[in-house]
Ligand binder design. Structure first.
Ligand code: NAD
Length: 389
């Protein structure tokens, strides 16, 4: 199959969908790889490395889209500034696309993909089953985000993380509270521990307590919810009553927290509000909050995506693309997950896709001219209705 890799065009995106290291795997199976010039530059993966690995480097995105039967991308398609067209329209009819397709927010792209009979696979919909773990790009990126959130907080905090005993006195360790202890949260806990902080964490899923404690952190004592998890492995939306109790528990701890990293999310929904503006006033002066749920509306009332906010003596930051700040690792990891999914889907490229398979069925967003995923179809229809009013 002919695989195309265009340069990412979204502002601030430094990742590339395919790293040179993944190319020999594809070449061995007789796939051809076409890469737009400069696609890997921001990940420090120059054109020469792609050529050495067996890819053909092309001058423009247009040429890549024309050559490709399957296009690999990081970000969902958007208007291409150079080509003057939407990326979803640059794909040839009947070809395939794999990437983070932002199924609930980029309805325009999804509508065009369906109209153009593109078979698209959304990395957000890889099912949470053991067999699909090596294709789980969301978890891979969440790991990087959790790590980087703590590094940013440690850098911004006007005091140290670890306990230090020096001739000039003893320095008490900083306290870090992590809210939401899924993939990103647990990595934040581990990173803050490695930097020597006192770490506390909370998550409504009861199974998380043991994971937090195994990292040497304290699980905040609060009622967890037995049925907090969906069959798909995500947290369920909590009631306002539960969130009220959770905010009270957090508020009681904030006077001692120098850093809070929030990662609480509910798939496909607005992120739960865990820190109100009044609660920020409870924190010590100079405290730092990093809100990893900024893209889903944020866990803090004052979060503004990708902006630093200073209020009540607290600095708050809501970055939406931390993996792009470590593009070498992010591109390597993303590339691995995308290639594993591609190989799974097209084990035998001469055969039709196997929709009996759970991974293929879950990840496929559009095929044969229609949106296959019910939730996404509903979201796209709702958006269309709003736009037509
Ligand atoms: P996520 O990014 O959707 O959410 C982050 C965390 O926020 C979750 O742990 C969730 O429970 C938590 N959360 C939701 N509401 C909250 C609230 N009010 N307060 C505090 N926390 C709240 O989830 P994730 O990090 O991607 O993964 C969650 C779980 O799924 C983890 O246990 C992970 O190991 C598991 N998982 C399994 C697989 C697999 O089996 N293949 C793949 C990925 C993740």
């Amino acid at each position: 199959m002919r695989i195309g890799v265009p340069r990412e065009i979204r502002k601030g995106e430094t990742r590339v969908a395919l790293a040179p290291a993944s190319i020999p795997v594809l070449r061995k199976k007789n796939h051809e790889v076409y890469v737009e010039t400069g696609a890997g530059t921001a990940s420090l993966m120059p054109d020469e490395e792609y050529e050495k690995a067996g890819a053909t480097v092309m001058r423009t995105a247009q040429e890549v889209y024309e050559a490709a039967q399957t296009v690999l991308k990081v970000q969902s398609p958007g208007p291409h500034p150079g080509a003057g067209r939407h990326e979803a329209e640059m794909l040839r009819e009947g070809t395939a696309l794999i990437g983070f397709l932002a199924p609930f927010t980029n309805s325009e792209a999804i509508r065009i993909l369906a109209q153009r009979r593109i078979t698209s696979f959304s990395m957000e919909f890889i099912p949470r089953i053991t067999r699909a773990q090596s294709m789980d790009a969301l978890s891979a990126m969440a790991t990087l985000a959790g790590y980087k959130a703590v590094i940013i907080a440690a850098d911004r905090l006007p005091r140290l993380f670890p306990l230090l005993t020096t001739a000039a006195g003893t320095i008490a360790p900083a306290t870090v509270l992590v809210l939401g202890a899924g993939v990103a949260g647990l990595q934040a806990v581990a990173t803050a521990k490695r930097l020597g902080a006192r770490v506390e964490a909370f998550d409504p899923r009861p199974a998380v307590k043991e994971q937090v404690e195994s990292l040497g952190a304290v699980f905040v004592p609060m009622e967890t919810l037995e049925d907090a998890q969906t069959a798909g492995g995500y947290a369920k939306e909590q009631s306002e009553e539960f969130l009220d109790r959770e905010r009270d528990t957090i508020a009681a701890r904030l006077p001692k927290c120098n850093v809070v990293v929030t990662t609480a999310q509910v798939f496909g929904k607005r992120a739960p509000l865990l820190i109100t503006e009044d609660m920020m006033k409870l924190m010590p002066r100079g405290a730092v909050i990093v809100d990893l749920a900024a893209e889903q509306g944020g866990n803090c009332a004052l979060t503004r995506a990708n902006e630093w906010v200073e209020q009540h003596g607290v600095t708050l930051y809501g970055p939406t693309n931390l993996p792009a700040t470590v593009p070498i690792n992010a591109s390597q990891m993303y590339s691995k997950t995308v290639v594993t999914l591609f190989e799974h889907l097209y084990k035998d490229p001469s055969k039709r896709l196997d929709f009996e398979d759970e991974i293929t069925r879950s990840a496929c967003l559009t095929h044969d001219g229609r949106i296959r995923n019910d939730l996404v179809r509903q979201a796209v229809d709702e958006r269309k209705e709003i736009e037509s009013k």
